[in-house]
Design a protein around this ligand. Structure first.
Ligand SMILES: [Ca+2]
Ligand SMILES: [Ca+2]
Length: 217
């Protein structure tokens, strides 16, 4: 479950994907074509949800495939949080309101992708329109869902204390079956407070916790 632990990595990924900082051309738009939508669709993706998906990326101009999640990470689908900049903005938009099992083809203009600069490491030239074929496998509550907050907040005072998070971490580590010593756990705890307790009062408030700005909190 590593909800809290996962965050430093997520932040790192954000900064890798972000950083274009260019002006968006709002005359451009992301085009979404639904290739397959399961009949039984009871739950759709929203901002802050944790998604599990495979996607193939192509350059629109000549169809060159520049990315395929199936050939990475031993073919496991990718996990990421929707709508928070862990992926390019066009994918954050294109994967909203999608149900598990749904397939989409989406066309993403450069201003919602890698812009004028492109992304050399990812073999994306400047000003490239991208096409993605996406298959969504799972939609789950994100790493900072209201449910998790309530689970950690044992005395229900709507503040997360160090003791509460310490206990949550211990349970989380136990599930993992990899023994970790107390100093490691303390370091993680300190890190969580350093990154999240913005007003330094020793508690993580709903506002400090809710970095993905779900409606529920
Ligand atoms: Ca509490
Ligand atoms: Ca605080």
């Amino acid at each position: 479950m590593h909800f809290l632990l996962g965050l430093p990595l997520f932040f790192c990924m954000c900064s890798c994907f972000h950083g274009q900082g260019q002006k968006k051309d709002r005359t451009e738009e992301v085009k979404i074509e639904v290739l397959h939508r399961p009949e039984n669709c009871t739950k759709t993706s929203r901002k802050g949800d944790l998604l599990n998906a495979h996607y193939d990326g192509y350059l629109a101009k000549d169809g060159t495939k520049f990315y395929c999640s199936r050939t990475q990470n031993e073919g496991h689908p990718k996990w990421f949080v929707l709508g928070v900049g862990q992926v390019i903005e066009g994918l954050d938009i294109a994967m909203m309101d999608m149900c598990p099992g749904e397939k989409r083809k989406v066309i993403i203009p450069p201003s919602f992708a890698y812009g004028k600069e492109g992304y050399a490491e990812g073999k994306i030239p400047p000003d490239a329109t991208l096409i993605f074929e996406i298959e969504l496998y799972a939609v789950t509550k994100g790493p900072r869902s209201i449910e998790t907050f309530k689970e950690i907040d044992m005395d229900k005072d709507k503040q997360l204390s160090k003791a509460e998070i310490d206990q949550y971490l211990r349970k989380d580590f136990e599930k993992d079956e990899k023994p970790r010593d107390k100093s490691y756990q303390n370091a993680v705890l300190e890190d969580i407070f350093k990154k999240n307790d913005h007003n330094g009062d020793g508690f993580i408030s709903p506002k400090e916790y809710n970095i993905y700005q779900h409606d529920e909190l």
